[in-house]
Write a protein that binds this ligand. Sequence first.
Ligand SMILES: *Cc1c(COP(=O)(O)O)cnc(C)c1O
Length: 378
Amino acid sequence: MKEISIPFNKSTQVGNEIAYIKEALLSNKLCGDNLFSKKCQKWFLEKGFKNPLMTPSCTAALEMTGILMGIEKGDEIIMPSYTFVSTANAFVLRGAKIVFVDIKASDMNIDENKIEAAITHKTRAIVVVHYGGVPCEMDKIKSISNQYNLFLIEDAAQALMSTYKNKMIGTFGDFACFSFHQTKNFTSAGEGGLITINNETFAKRAEIIREKGTNRTAFTRKEISKYSWIDIGSSYLPSDIQCAYLFAQLEKSEAIYEKRKSIWNKYYSGLKELANKNLINLAKTGDHINHNAHLFFIKLKDINQRNKLIEYLSNQDIEVVFHYLPLHNSEAGKRFGTFSGEDQNTTMESNRLIRLPLFYSLKDNQICKIIQKIKDFF
Ligand SMILES: *Cc1c(COP(=O)(O)O)cnc(C)c1O
């Protein structure tokens, strides 16, 4: 098979990834919560995150929140339909019904002004997704969750290092879940995640749920002399090899952040002209937010034009992709959820969107080529 000259995503080692994996291997202690897991955890604590626990994925972190909140059959969970399946599956697994709320065309995030209409006496939680690392309107959303006494969960899979009014994303909800999948800004060798717990009442139990329902974590801290089965639980620990890879990336977090920002800004300034002519739409965000340049999207006129551009760029050896197929239109989404009110933006806006290549080792001449080819298309 021919290799694409500009792929959509590529994993890049930026620092000591290989050396740290070797160190982990030579330590002969590869299971969870060893040397590099602890180093990562310390890094997140120093950044101001509360009760960080490394997980095998963001999916696992989201599942933990469902268990911790005690979600039961018939409970309703509010979230956008424009998201990855795991946001919904974590709660469907506990028997919950998903109530999908429309997004805003400006940034593809949940429309904070449409949340209240979706709340019923069965609603237990609001899950926000900071799409593309662009923070949702947290002031408004937090005031709604407080007013109706609902849990607030941040699906921050894409949003590490983003801020809302200078406050770190992941510090607003009762829980926040991050992903270190290969496609995200920082990766733990392909798969990985993190849960942070701002609501202290859940901090102790989270350790137990994560360790197969045992108090083994307290045991390894030498707080108790033996550990035993005390609650429900599962296995939500990543191997220390995964954390070794991630720690090397965290050490280079500023460089990764700056590099992605610079790519994002180059796309933005290069494509602004097409946006000014109303040929495409770019993301619009307020001055009170700072995003982490997780992804760069453009929106075309409609799905036909979008698909033509994908094909055109593919013929030029440039791989671009679209996502997500709105969950409420999918087979499982229809079975497990309902859409609150009218779908004004979710389907239409997702049909128009494509994501451009954005990864650490993307070169200036490649960015220029992509911008030029998009201009040529028009
Ligand atoms: C990537 C992603 C997930 C899933 O992350 P994994 O680590 O692959 O489980 C969940 N939600 C959103 C919004 C994502 O982008």
